[in-house]
Design a protein around this ligand. Structure first.
Ligand code: SF4
Ligand code: SF4
Length: 311
């Protein structure tokens, strides 16, 4: 089973628009939205939930005010500033509580409860492009790395159950915990970048992360006509480091119109841009074939076969 992850070093590169288009072009696949902090694939794919499950992770402390003796021990012990004291009343700010349990252990009155933490929900859904696994963390909740791992597990189970041979995931921007949780053991990371200095810098960071985890990776330069010099620098970076360059896409205002219409660009338009995008998808599939597998040691592609096909 192939697991393809679409990521970007930063937000705003057009990652989700491209991921939605690939979800449209792909066959026999499960779609997975791993951007759990700010999921937005559902805005385009309009999933119909068939299953909705609470995501429980860790614990949070809660003071039972009727048992509290107002000794102030919890305020002193909490290193996260989560315990508040107003008008001689002690309470815990759930957004700051890290669930370390120190206050629970030290409270002389046993007045602090420590229930499971309900952090969000995950969903199994049907979409017009295929089955989908996705989630929503509640505002301010963390543990997104754990939720990403859970979603990947559920997507694999769904793929096995439905006899599908690909998981196509939209990842989180950046290089934080959820991206690391998304990368381990995948078949291919597709990094979407844009030709700006910050885009290049963030690309280098996420590419380094892929190299560190020995994950095969290739690059798409989106909005390449915005800064051709930067685009050329990114191409040189890909060539030097051994990353496949899957393709370059120009800025196309139709992408915004497609999003407003809640459609993938490949559904919305049939133009030069979508033709290029379809070719990129074919290159991505080609890169997964056994004879194009990357170097097992470095995680990088051995051959620049893809670059020779780019006009
Ligand atoms: S340690 Fe226990 S008794 Fe003391 S203020 Fe905190 S909750 Fe109240
Ligand atoms: S569980 Fe830890 S972080 Fe939460 S209020 Fe108690 S001491 Fe502070």
């Amino acid at each position: 089973m192939n697991e393809i992850l679409i990521i970007s070093g930063k937000g705003g590169t057009g990652k989700t628009s491209l991921a939605a288009a690939f979800a449209h072009l792909a066959e026999n696949h499960v779609i997975c939205d791993l951007d759990v902090d700010a999921p937005d694939m559902h805005l385009i794919l309009k999933p119909e939930n068939t299953k909705s499950v609470d995501f429980i992770s860790g614990h949070e402390a809660k003071i039972m005010e009727d048992q509290c003796e107002s000794c102030g021990t919890c305020l002193e012990m909490c290193k996260y500033g989560a315990v508040k004291n107003e008008d001689d009343r002690y309470f815990i700010d759930p957004l700051k509580c890290e669930g370390c349990k120190v206050c629970v252990e030290f409270c002389p009155a046993r007045a602090i409860d420590f229930p499971d933490r309900h952090c969000g929900r995950w969903f199994s859904s049907d979409t017009r492009f295929g089955p989908m696994i996705h989630a929503q963390l509640f505002p301010g909740e963390e543990n997104s790395g754990l939720l990403v791992s859970l979603l990947r597990k559920k997507a694999k189970e769904m793929a096995r159950e439905k006899r599908l041979d690909m998981i196509l995931s939209d990842g989180t921007p950046g290089i934080g915990c959820p991206v690391i949780a998304s990368l381990s053991g995948i078949s291919l990371a597709v990094i979407v970048t844009e030709p700006t200095p910050s885009g290049r810098h963030d690309l280098e960071r996420v590419a380094e992360l892929c190299g560190h985890f020995k994950v095969p990776a290739g690059i798409i330069i989106n909005k390449c006509d915005l800064n051709e010099k930067e685009a050329a620098t990114i191409e040189a970076f890909a060539s030097e480091k051994g990353f496949a360059l899957f393709g370059k896409l120009p800025h196309d205002p139709a992408i915004t119109r497609a999003m407003i219409n809640a459609q993938a660009i490949t559904e919305y338009a049939d133009n030069a841009f979508t033709k290029q995008l379809t070719e990129i998808w074919e290159r991505i599939l080609q890169s997964l074939k056994p004879d194009n597998k990357p170097n097992k040691q470095s995680g990088f592609f051995n051959t620049p076969f893809i670059k020779t096909k780019i006009s």
